[in-house]
Ligand binder design. Sequence first.
Ligand code: FE2
Length: 196
Amino acid sequence: MGSVAREMVEKAGLNVEELVSKLVAAAGAEFTTFYYYTILRVAAIGMEGEGLKEIIEDARIEDRNHFEALFPRIYELGGELPRDIREFADVAGCPDAYLPDSLKGGKTPTSSSIKDLLMVLVEAERCAVRCYTDLCHFTFGKDHRTYDICAAILNEEIEHEAWFSEFIGEGPSGHFRRSQPGTSPYVSRFMSADHG
Ligand SMILES: [Fe+2]
């Protein structure tokens, strides 16, 4: 861990234990959402599903990227990831993004069941937007590195929410799709261990 890095954060008046638990909850939400979005992307087929498939994939890969960008900061601050992945899932800061019942069993989406799917997606993104807004408020002016990482993630979560909210009739967001799936235009600079 970076002992001076942690000391500076404490001296700025932040409760580092509380910060670490917020970061572990955020990382848990990214990891579990990456898993659940895999199932949701697989379900996005047919005339109703195909239009959503690519942005679900973007959001899925970018959530994995958010986990990659977050976890080193937890260790730098003297924290750690839970040893047991079940415990990790239990402390995740956002609810499980379950496949809707209307799509269970590999059913091809209809205009009705695709709305169920969209509500799961948009609610997951809204939880993430709230989570990183909280982390930005919590660290602003006190922990510059965590703030910078969380602000980058927040930028991507806001775009994800906007993609899905367009589909539920909330108006245009002005965003275009990624050039490659899950390129993380804001977060990629924090993925120092990425070998891609
Ligand atoms: Fe995310």
